[in-house]
Design a protein around this ligand. Structure first.
Ligand code: PRP
Ligand code: URA
Length: 212
């Protein structure tokens, strides 16, 4: 479902079913991780629906033919540490030769402002289409800081993939960076006073890595 041309919600019964499992606090680490990867893979499929293909000639066992291929080197995935790395396997299974950059951000639990502790991008990042990965778009602080850094590096085409988005995060991202298209598997109700998405799934990083 397209909320507007820059926000796509992949509402599908299968995804809704998978979301119901990861929202459940009794779901264990293994299943939680697997489902984050599966949904990420589906988000990637939708995010790449505008990909440009290049025609090449190959030979099947029967004859020569023309086929269309993706220039995988054109893409960079940028997971926001930590939780974004939980989505990486799903994306790599779709575009195994994409390059990978990392940005490390954690939210100050009082101010909810993100602090950057790591930033390393592939070379020629400015020439690539960058797909940012983070399961949770809450206040939007981590996403906007990441986009700010990438734009400073000259990146022109950026997409943001998340599992759950809060309306507040979507609004902020669209206001600050209207050119960045958001793909999410759902939009939840709101944020609570601690900046957690409601109903959400809790702390995505802790649930992926089993740290709490
Ligand atoms: C979580 C999440 C996002 C961020 C979203 O990370 O993975 O990066 O919060 O919140 P925001 O939209 O309000 O910025 P967290 O800071 O908990 O770090 P972690 O991934 O290391 O657990
Ligand atoms: N980060 C999370 O991991 N969960 C939320 O609900 C909000 C931010």
């Amino acid at each position: 479902m397209e909320i507007n041309k820059n926000v796509v919600v992949i509402d599908n019964p299968l995804i809704e079913h998978k979301l119901s499992i990861i929202r459940n606090k009794n779901t264990g680490t293994k299943e939680f991780r697997e489902i984050i990867g599966e949904i990420a893979c589906i988000l990637c499929y939708h995010a790449l629906s505008d990909a440009k293909l290049k025609e090449i000639e190959i030979e099947t066992p029967i004859c020569k033919t023309k086929v269309n291929i993706l220039d995988e080197d054109n893409y960079a995935f940028v997971p926001i540490l930590r939780a974004g790395t939980g989505m990486l396997n799903g994306l790599i299974s779709m575009i195994p030769n994409a390059k990978i950059g990392h940005i490390g951000l954690y939210r100050n639990e009082e101010t909810l402002e993100p602090t950057m502790y790591y930033y390393k991008m592939p070379k020629n990042i400015s020439k690539k289409e960058v797909i940012i990965l983070d399961p949770m778009l809450a206040t939007g602080g981590s996403a906007t800081d990441t986009i700010k850094m990438l734009k400073k590096d000259g990146v022109k085409k950026i997409k943001f993939l998340c599992i759950i988005a809060a309306p507040e995060g979507i609004e902020r991202l669209q206001k600050e960076y209207p050119d960045v298209k958001i793909f999410t598997s759902c939009i939840d109700e709101t944020l609570n006073e601690k900046g957690y998405i409601v109903p959400g799934l809790g702390d995505a990083g802790d649930r992926i890595f089993g740290t709490k």
